[in-house]
Design a protein around this ligand. Structure first.
Ligand code: CA
Length: 233
């Protein structure tokens, strides 16, 4: 199915980690570039248009959060962020500035490769939705919520909300079964393509983003289970 090599930009100043990540991704058939500081990351992303970026938070120059902010403002690209274990602040800020997924160090190379593949599958699916006139390009209308799948635009009460690609996909999943509780593990599997439930905090953080942009009343939390979209037909 893949006819051209996919490009991955690895941004990491720790040489041993950068080399190991690059070696594993090359073994998976990716074209890999490695840079070691914030300014080079932004410059390289601008010039080479990678399909995915693996981005460490702690970098010389400016940090990975700033890199993420600048890159997503120029040309959105799926970003897998690498954070220090237990650093909740980096994680939450990272997701807020447009990272799609994250992994805490230390991580296994197998898991890293799986997540890069999952990000690419999602990006390909999103591209299909925006370019091909398929049934799922319809506009979903639920109460005062309007989701235009062809243009990937969302309005609530006539006001447009600017969602990240991940937030949009998550909202579409919730809107597909309104007033139905969807378990976090299921959302993680369907939206992120990731079967391991260890990333459910990622779901929580993106739900927070949706509530901030679309109104806190839109999504109900069912503690210990998951989330439901609460909107009138
Ligand atoms: Ca680093």
């Amino acid at each position: 199915m893949e006819t051209t090599e996919r490009r991955v930009l690895v941004v990491e100043d720790e040489r041993a980690i950068a080399d190991a990540v690059a070696a594993r991704l090359r073994a998976e058939g990716f074209l890999v570039q490695v840079v070691g500081d914030g300014p080079s990351a932004v410059e390289t992303a601008r010039n080479t248009h990678p399909d995915v970026i693996v981005l460490d938070v702690m970098l010389p120059g400016f940090d990975g959060l700033e890199v993420c902010r600048r890159i997503q403002a120029e040309r959105p690209v799926p970003i897998l962020m690498l954070t220090a274990r237990g650093d909740e602040t980096d994680l939450l800020v990272g997701l807020a500035v447009g990272a799609d997924d994250y992994m805490a160090k230390p991580f296994s190379m197998r898991e890293l490769a799986a997540r890069v593949h999952a990000l690419l599958r999602r990006a390909d699916k999103a591209a299909t939705v925006t370019t091909a006139p398929r049934p799922d390009t319809t506009t979903i209308r639920l109460g005062d919520l309007e989701i235009n799948q062809a243009e990937r635009r969302v309005l609530r009460g006539g006001v447009e909300a600017h969602l990240t690609p991940t937030e949009f996909d998550l909202l579409v999943h919730l809107a597909g079964r309104p007033r139905t509780v969807l378990p976090r593990e299921r959302l993680l599997a369907e939206v992120w393509g990731w079967a391991d439930a260890s990333g459910t905090r990622t779901v929580d953080s993106h739900i927070k983003g949706l509530r901030r942009k679309l109104g806190a009343d839109l999504i109900r939390t069912v503690h210990g289970v998951g989330y439901a979209l609460e909107v009138d037909r």
